[in-house]
Design a protein around this ligand. Structure first.
Ligand code: HMG
Ligand code: MG
Length: 310
């Protein structure tokens, strides 16, 4: 088994992590979180979504957030743009505030596509196509996300063939990188591997990432199963925040702290300072008045506390 020596983590906390929070998080708090994450060494950060504020009120400050981030050279900032309206809104500010990458997000399940983005899978491709073309014409990188790649909250188990079918559609419209997303965290290692295999029929291994919610505590195992296949890019959310407003019962993404702890323990480099990352997780958890959702962060803090005691 040859594992990658380095892994790229995409921090989705500011977007996936916060989109489901009922309490509106002030833009200044989001900005402070992003700054802490980039200080901790994150080099890919998903900032926000340009979606309907009626559907996802938490993301309504998307443009203000984009304008307020003190950009650090070498960091790739991404946003979700499900249609041309969202893409145009993301580019309405001056170019210095444009995203480096946009994400179009579809679903392997027809019912979830309707629930999440209010259209069928086929219609979603017609909406995404001009977005992809417009982004690539401006040299903005395009990532695709495939929700429900192993299971759907409405349709149950999702066959790998459906994931392969969606990956093929995404490839055809010009998506450059594809995320295999376990939206509701029901996947187990072999099921995730089948979904990845179906995706790899259309995308190169270097253009595939894993996005694992941790509802059933399988996200680290699913990450390891993906690493064993050569996948080296993963989404994660600081403090394990997250969930999709349209996937009832689904909990957060794998905690970035837990993933970093596992990878460093396997001598796989991430470029991330775990101590600073833990502080970033504490910062947003304090704001949300929540116990941090990362097991590694909790253990590290407890150890620090006991070492500090005489
Ligand atoms: P729609 O209703 O089909 O769009 O929504 P429409 O074109 O018919 O327009 C209807 C209204 O929406 C109009 O406003 C438009 O202006 C407005 P009204 O005239 O009624 O006042 N509208 C927009 N407003 C702002 N930005 C836009 C936009 N587009 C239309 N871009 C739409 C389609 C996709 C916008 C809607 O369904 C929506 O916002 N859905 C929310 C989707 C979402 O954010 N889901 C969570 C993120 S995905 C996720 O979490 C999964 C992921 O993490 C991977 C995984 O874990 O699976 C990525
Ligand atoms: Mg997600």
């Amino acid at each position: 088994m040859r594992l990658p020596s380095r892994v790229k983590l995409v921090e989705v906390g500011p977007r996936d992590g916060l989109q489901n929070e009922k309490q509106l998080v002030p833009t200044a708090v989001k900005v402070a979180l992003v700054h802490r994450l980039q200080d901790a060494g994150l080099r890919d950060i998903e900032l926000t979504s340009f979606v309907s504020p009626k559907w996802v009120p938490q993301m309504a400050d998307n443009a203000q957030l984009m304008a307020a981030i003190a950009r650090r050279p070498g960091v790739r900032y991404s946003v979700l743009t499900p249609n041309l309206q969202g893409f145009e809104a993301a580019l309405a500010l001056e170019p210095a505030f444009w995203p480096d990458e946009i994400v179009v997000f579809g679903a392997a399940s027809e019912a979830f596509s309707q629930r999440n983005i209010n259209c069928s899978i086929a219609q979603s491709m017609e909406r995404f196509r001009p977005v992809v073309e417009a982004a690539r014409a401006r040299s903005i990188h395009v990532r695709g996300a495939m929700s429900c790649a192993v299971g759907c909250p409405l349709e149950g188990e999702v066959a790998p063939e459906r994931v392969g079918f969606l990956a093929g559609l995404m490839k055809d419209i010009g998506v450059q990188h594809i995320g295999v997303c376990d939206t509701i965290g029901v996947g187990t290692p072999t099921k995730v591997q089948r979904a990845l295999e179906a995706t790899l029929a259309h995308f190169d291994i270097d253009d595939v990432s894993g996005h694992f919610h941790d509802t059933y505590g399988q996200a680290l195992a699913n990450t390891l199963a993906s690493l064993e296949m050569g996948v080296w890019q993963f989404d994660a959310s600081v403090s394990g925040l997250g969930g999709c407003p349209y996937a009832k019962g689904a909990t957060g993404n794998v905690a970035t702290e837990d993933l970093v702890y596992m990878l460093h323990g396997m001598d796989i480099a991430t470029g991330i300072d775990l101590g600073q990352l833990v502080e970033a997780g504490q910062f947003i958890s304090d704001f949300l008045q929540r116990i941090p959702g990362s097991r590694a962060a909790t253990a590290l803090r407890a150890r620090r506390g006991s070492e500090a005691r005489p």
